[in-house]
Design a protein around this ligand. Structure first.
Ligand code: NDP
Ligand code: GDR
Length: 322
């Protein structure tokens, strides 16, 4: 029997890698997509003909009910969210509606239409925020530091609550930062790799940055979507931290990217208070022992390899398209 999956956030970074993974496993893939004035298909251009798209929005429960009716999924991956932390201070109400209440909407649609579907919620290391222990694991208490982090804590707990209240197979993956050539250019890794490539090609003069001291546990998105799938293949639903177990500063990221194109970052980087956040998450470092032991999940791409892959991809893209 062909398995059926519904992915929300299919046009985003993770949605595109997950769709590729599920298609390669023979799934019928349905993607929830917002109507936009022009299509946002960059990440899924190569597979768009293999996906069944359903128009909908996490803020519109009726559209989610219809999506679950149409897809009749065995597995639902709830990846859609207002996912940019900096924007969550500018649009805190929208962030709450999409990233927090949107999870309840999706869970309700599944509970009403197809309660036996397995459900994955995209939880985040941002929930650890001002960390109370290092490294962070499944039992580490949350201390979110942004409207986004607060919204994700709600999404996390409502997923657990539906599992406990309605006996649904609902899992949360607490994923640490994961990046790729498909990352939005506003996120720090892609902003840096894109700028290194543009400066090298003479198309940009400087790179304006915020806090270079922040530390993140950065992995490759292609590795992380495999963990999402594995979580839904277990006998019992549970929550798992997914991380690399290494942490690096933003400055190290900048240095590797600029070195890779033969430039000294100190000649180009300017600190701009505009990119400094009202409250910062200073240090993230995950312990994913549980995922390794119980899911058999393994990481393939390391930090330096990831940054170089992104710079190379940006060089190629810019040479081709400008
Ligand atoms: P992206 O920002 O790349 O993608 C977000 C997706 O959500 C897009 O497809 C976007 O659609 C969609 N979306 C946003 N709002 C709505 C809405 N109201 N209704 C329907 N769709 C909506 O995020 P990532 O792929 O990086 O992340 C996937 C998920 O994982 C997110 O929930 C994120 O918060 C979470 N996460 C990400 C981590 C990371 O490091 N990448 C780490 C931990 C958690 P559109 O294209 O129309 O804007
Ligand atoms: P983050 O990712 O907030 O960790 O959330 P982001 O790449 O935006 O920031 C990482 C760190 O870099 C610092 N920083 C800058 N960030 C950006 N975007 N732009 C800058 O110019 C800049 N200068 C310094 C930030 O202050 C921060 O410390 C990501 C998202 O994918 C979330 O959806 C996800 O949940 C978490 O990762 C885990």
């Amino acid at each position: 029997m062909t398995k059926r999956a519904l992915i929300t956030g299919i046009t985003g970074q993770d949605g595109s890698y997950l769709a590729e993974l599920l298609l390669s496993k023979g799934y019928k893939v349905y993607g929830l997509k917002r109507r936009t004035s022009v299509p946002i298909m960059e990440n899924i251009q190569q597979i768009k003909n293999e996906i069944e798209f359903i128009d909908g929005d996490l803020q519109d429960l009726s559209s989610l009910i219809r999506a679950v009716q149409v897809a009749a999924p065995d597995e639902v991956y709830n990846l859609a969210a207002q996912s940019f932390v900096a924007t969550s201070w500018e649009q805190p109400v929208l962030t709450a509606q999409a990233t927090a209440v949107g999870v309840t909407n999706m869970l309700e649609a599944v509970r009403i239409v197809k309660p036996d579907a397995r459900f994955y919620q995209a939880s985040s290391s941002e929930m650890f925020g001002k960390v109370v222990e290092t490294p962070q694991k499944e039992t580490t208490p949350f201390y979110p530091r942004s409207p986004y982090g607060v919204a994700k804590v709600y999404g996390h707990w409502i997923t657990i609550n539906y599992r406990e209240s309605f006996d649904m197979f609902a899992c949360s993956g607490i994923l640490f930062n994961h990046e790729s050539p498909r990352r939005g250019v506003e996120f720090v890794t892609r902003k840096v790799t894109d700028a290194a490539a543009r400066i090298k090609l003479g198309l940009q003069n400087e790179l304006r940055m915020g806090n270079l001291d922040a530390k993140r546990d950065w992995g490759f998105a292609g590795d992380y979507v495999k963990a999402m799938w594995l979580m839904l293949q277990q006998d019992k639903p549970d929550d798992y931290v997914i991380s690399t177990g290494e942490t690096h500063t933003v400055e190290e990221l900048v240095e590797i990217a600029f070195n890779h194109v033969g430039l000294n970052w100190r000649d180009y980087v300017v600190i701009d208070p505009k990119f400094v956040r009202p409250a910062e998450v200073d240090l993230l470092l995950g312990d994913c022992t549980k995922a390794k032991e119980q899911l058999g999940w393994e990481l393939e791409v390391g930090f330096e390899q990831l940054v170089k892959m992104m710079v190379d991809s940006d060089m190629e893209k810019i040479k081709k398209n400008g």
